[in-house]
Design a protein around this ligand. Structure first.
Ligand code: GLA
Length: 383
């Protein structure tokens, strides 16, 4: 598509420009909405957003990636079923208004290089770019944690996906060269330095797009909530799966219907893996971290049932390769991306070999992206 910028489209120079990154999750999948632990990394792919104020109450948003524009009045906004990309900023505007933030009319132009719909947090990055950008434009002085919660609220209530807090939190608070160990109940967090030695984190994109509006995500969340109800009846009153130890769970698991047992077991064991992984990474034990990545994948495949043939194929091939320490699906699943920890000098030959095998099996081409751990949302010079 022809490259155009804010000034060409909106007829004047913008006031500010901001960026918000996508994310991968090293481990801790489907644990965030169960009030557990996650270990994500903000990546060096991002949404850039330029903003300018207007004298009236109008909002004009142009998406450079879709080559489309929406315009509406600040006081009257509703879900847009045609230009669904616009529901992320619309949702954020609504959350900010509900929070009592004083907004005025504005023009916005955004685009990004985060592959969309493949589990790399592109929607959260759009939300965060708007929340952070509007906060800067109008001097709202929102704290990052509050902003993350408002973005999550936008996605839950306006877009209609019951996502957890991980993606928005990471896009705001990620740090260069670090992973973020987040307790999704207290929202306390800690940075874990990533010393990967001669290994690199690689994203392998199956190319299978997944719409999070996809009801399967909400179904999993619902199953976890039902798990909480049954466990509360036969063990103790709990509000989330986070509150159950593996020992307690093993004593009562036979009372749970099969699907609820499987979902709950994944969440309880995955929470343990996250904390163990953080300790291993702090000690520089990359082998141990790699082994837990594979365990996490197997649990997402067999117990939480959110993997797919393509992701399983990639992880199986990678884990047998001597240049790979670990691999797993990342994000919600049902397609999307895998991540792997691969020896740097081995990446090219491995990517070639794996692409050939993948092509033969699925008649499709996987994409490989090396990624770096990057900083959360920030102001930038004009784009
Ligand atoms: C999506 C959601 C997150 C989280 C992951 C699964 O990325 O947005 O909140 O639930 O799936 O770990």
């Amino acid at each position: 598509m022809e490259e155009r910028n804010y000034a060409e489209i909106l007829g004047k120079e913008p006031d500010i420009a901001v960026r918000a990154p996508g994310r991968i999750n090293l481990i801790g999948e489907h644990t965030d909405y169960n009030k557990g632990f996650v270990l994500p990394v903000a990546i060096d792919r991002q949404i850039t957003l330029t903003l300018g104020t207007r004298a009236d109450k109008k909002v004009i948003i142009y998406s450079g990636d879709f080559g489309e524009e929406v315009s509406f009045d600040l006081s009257q906004d509703s879900y847009d079923s045609k230009r669904t990309w616009s529901n992320y900023p619309r949702g954020v505007i609504q959350s900010l208004k509900m929070e009592g933030c004083e907004l005025k009319g504005f023009n916005a132009f955004f685009r990004g290089d985060i592959p969309m719909g493949v589990g790399l947090g592109s929607s959260a990055a759009v939300e965060v770019a708007f929340a952070y950008g509007l906060d800067q434009l109008f001097g709202l002085s929102l704290k990052p944690k509050k902003m993350a919660l408002l973005c999550q609220e936008a996605e839950n209530s306006f877009v209609g996906v019951n996502c957890g807090i991980m993606d928005q939190f990471t896009s705001l608070l990620g740090r260069k060269d670090h992973a973020l160990l987040l307790d999704c109940r207290s929202l306390e967090y800690q940075y874990i330095r990533l010393n990967l030695k001669d290994f690199r984190l690689i994203v392998i994109d199956t190319g299978i797009k997944r719409e999070l509006q996809d009801t399967r995500y909400n179904i999993r969340r619902n199953e976890c909530e039902q798990g909480v109800k049954v466990i509360s009846r036969c063990l103790k009153a709990i509000h989330s799966l986070r509150e159950v130890s593996l020992l307690e769970f093993n004593n009562i698991k036979d009372f749970l219907p099969e699907n609820l047992r499987m979902r709950s077991q994944h969440v309880i064991e995955e929470n343990k893996r996250v904390r163990l992984c953080s300790r291993l990474l702090e000690k520089g034990d990359l082998q141990g971290f790699g082994r837990l990545m594979v365990k996490s994948h197997q649990s997402l495949r067999d117990l939480f049932e959110v993997s797919c043939d393509e992701l399983d194929f990639i992880v199986e091939k990678l884990r047998k390769d001597p240049g790979v320490l670990g691999a797993r699906m990342t994000g919600a699943g049902f397609g999307g991306c895998a991540i792997a920890l691969i020896k740097e000098d081995h990446i090219e030959s491995l990517a070639q070999g794996l692409s050939g095998k993948y092509r033969k099996r699925f008649s499709a081409e996987p994409n490989f992206y090396p990624i770096k751990a990057s900083a959360g949302a920030s102001r930038i010079g004009r784009v």
